[in-house]
Ligand binder design. Structure first.
Ligand code: CA
Ligand code: CA
Ligand code: CA
Ligand code: CA
Ligand code: CA
Ligand code: CA
Ligand code: CA
Length: 625
């Protein structure tokens, strides 16, 4: 016996649509289909004992015979989901049904039951459709996922994420994703027919590790329930560094002051640069730029690690008073980035140069009659230093009749006489010029020049005696030297070369003087004839001594001549006599007085022994007459 139902659908208890019915239309919560098939539907997770349907009524079975005919569900399941009550023919839920367990992910979940009546044997099929309930939230496999993304990625880069799962079926499973608010990423959903929706993270704004090294996003999956259930996953994005920052120097552009002549290794300054990148991309190395002139590279050196700039060569202010160095900082990135910077160094002057004295013009001799104020020499002083270190004060030794007078030209001085000179007193001067700078401490230098005072004919010859008195014995040999005069001259050279001559005038003595001759060079006077005491007893004449200066100077001396008779030789009372005279005695000093007695006339006279010249040390020390 078969009951054929052809029921397409029942949507509601009040709206039953059946075709090819047999018997009374059945009011049922389900519908019957196929070969004696009763079709019901229940929600999953309903309580144990929930009525699924009046199976006896729906199948048109006699309720009272159910027990006798042992109506039952044939099942191999030890713990079946449903059972039939033989008293009322109603199908009950035996235990809670989890659709997701029974049917996994399949869209529709139907359970086929086979019911049996005995005597006669009847088999009825019952199909229970288990309706899905939104009893699962979407969930991710991990609570947290980490992405490493280079900061170099361009907007539009896509990163596929693992989809969330939800065992519920259809729209009760995952329907959409949401991403927490952020400016760098947005979400795209890729719809795969079978595998559901897959979230994709899309970069929409460039990343910068230096601004934000990591980003935390929250991805939320939502199912289609009302209200929807959700599941979340944290997405940690670590931004990987690229070398996109060059080192940056700290912003100090003041010039550096450096004393000149620093020792090698002296620290000039320390520069500092920072690089925002990470690891070797941010490690800074300092150096002097290769664009510096070679001399700079010889003078300075840079510690690559500390950025300390120090002196290597000789820094001389006088050679160069400022430097501009190009320094650079590079990172150690694979393709290093480099920044350059100028460092200005001002060299400070140190007083390391003594003034230099240069005699630019110099007359080595100056006439003794030069007027005070006469220029002897021009000197220039120079000091290579600057400022006070190069400011020079000149002086001349005090004990000389010369002074320094500043010239119109800077750093030029003239040496002038400040009082009259006298060669006969001092014939040369050593002038010591001292130049001293105003540095701290001061440096000075000296220069000595010798000024020779040249002679001017300002001394007349001077006779050793004035007047001279000579005795001539009558009957002298004609032509023999009878006596001599001597004059000296304090001047030098021609100005001291003396020539003698006798003044011959027309008076009564002129006759007598005409018999006398004088050697102009040595003052020796010779008599050209013999004198006779009877004719003349005494006479005098004048001798002139003239020097050879131009103009010449001269002086006169009176010479008294006394003629003696030669009858008897005078008798000198002593035959031997000695006397001494100090060596520095002036010419004309008396050495001895000699009295003599003339026996023939009974006359007596006194002779005076005088010095003629100044004795000098190397002269003989003993003289004999
Ligand atoms: Ca469910
Ligand atoms: Ca769900
Ligand atoms: Ca860098
Ligand atoms: Ca970077
Ligand atoms: Ca200096
Ligand atoms: Ca100096
Ligand atoms: Ca002179």
């Amino acid at each position: 016996v078969s009951i054929f139902f052809s029921v397409w659908w029942i949507t509601d208890e009040s709206e039953v649509n059946m075709e090819q019915r047999r018997g009374e239309p059945k009011r049922a919560r389900g519908y019957l289909v196929g070969s004696v098939v009763a079709l019901y539907s229940i929600s999953e997770e309903v309580n144990e004992g929930t009525v699924v349907g009046n199976i006896a009524k729906d199948l048109g079975l006699d309720k009272s015979s159910l027990r006798d005919r042992r109506y039952r569900i044939v099942s191999s399941d030890a713990d079946p989901l449903f059972h039939v009550n033989q008293n009322d023919g109603i199908l009950y839920v035996s235990r809670k049904i989890d659709r997701e367990k029974v049917c996994a992910q399949s869209g529709a979940c139907s359970i086929n039951l086979k019911t049996v009546l005995e005597n006669p044997l009847e088999v009825h099929y019952v199909r229970v459709e288990v309706m899905d309930v939104n009893d699962h939230s979407p969930s991710f496999q991990e609570n947290e996922t980490t992405l490493e993304i280079s900061e170099s990625v361009l907007p539009g880069a896509r990163f596929q994420l693992r989809a969330a799962g939800d065992p519920d079926s259809g729209h009760l499973s995952v329907q959409q994703y949401k991403l927490s608010q952020n400016e760098h990423f947005r979400l795209e959903i890729k719809d795969k027919e079978d595998d559901g929706k897959i979230p994709i993270l899309v970069v929409q704004k460039p990343l910068d590790r230096e601004t934000a090294g990591s980003h935390l996003l929250v991805l939320t999956a939502l199912d289609g329930g009302k209200p929807p259930k959700t599941g979340t996953m944290n997405i940690i994005i670590n931004v990987l560094d690229i070398n996109d920052n060059a080192p940056v120097f700290s912003d100090d552009n003041y010039p550096i002051m450096l004393n000149e002549n620093p020792r090698s290794g002296t620290k000039v300054t320390q520069v500092n640069a920072t690089d925002l990148d990470e690891g070797t991309n941010g490690d800074v190395v300092y150096s002097l730029s290769k664009t510096n002139k070679p001399y700079i590279l010889n003078l300075f050196e840079m510690n690559p690690v500390t950025g300390e700039l120090s002196v290597k060569g000789f820094i001389d202010y006088e050679e160069k008073d400022k430097y501009e160095l190009e320094i650079q900082a590079s990172d150690r990135g694979f393709a290093p980035l480099t920044t350059e910077k100028s460092v200005k160094i001002k060299v400070i002057d140190i007083n390391d140069n003594a003034p230099e004295i240069e005699v630019t013009s110099f007359s080595s001799s100056i006439p003794e009659d030069s007027r005070p104020g006469t220029t002897v020499a021009l000197i220039s002083v120079n000091d290579l230093d600057s400022g006070l270190n190069g400011k020079v004060i000149c002086s001349i030794n005090q004990e000389v009749p010369f002074s320094l007078s500043p010239s119109l030209q800077d750093k030029m001085f003239s040496i002038v006489t400040k009082s009259p000179l006298d060669r006969e007193k001092k014939s040369h001067y050593d002038l010591t010029i001292t130049a001293k700078d105003a540095g701290q401490p001061p440096l000075s230098s000296e220069k000595t020049i010798r000024v020779v005072v040249s002679d001017v004919n300002d001394n007349s010859p001077e006779f050793t005696l004035s007047p001279y008195t000579f005795y001539i014995t009558e009957g002298n040999n004609p032509g023999a030297s009878v006596f001599s005069v001597k004059a000296s001259d304090g001047d030098e050279g021609d100005n001291a070369v003396i020539s003698y001559h006798i003044v011959r005038d027309r008076d009564e003595h002129s006759k007598l003087t005409s018999f006398l001759n004088i050697n102009s060079e040595n003052g020796q006077i010779t008599a050209l004839r013999s004198f006779d005491f009877e004719t003349v007893k005494t006479f005098q004449f004048q001798v002139v001594a003239s020097d050879s200066g131009s103009p010449s100077l001269s002086s006169n001396v009176t010479v008294n001549v006394i003629i003696d008779v030669n009858d008897n030789a005078p008798e000198i009372e002593v035959t031997s006599f000695s006397s001494s005279v100090p060596e520095d005695s002036r010419p004309g000093s008396t050495v001895a007085l000699i009295n003599r007695m003339h026996l023939y006339r009974g006359k007596s006279g006194t002779g005076i022994l005088q010095t003629l010249l100044l004795f000098k040390k190397l002269d003989e020390c003993r003289y004999l007459w």
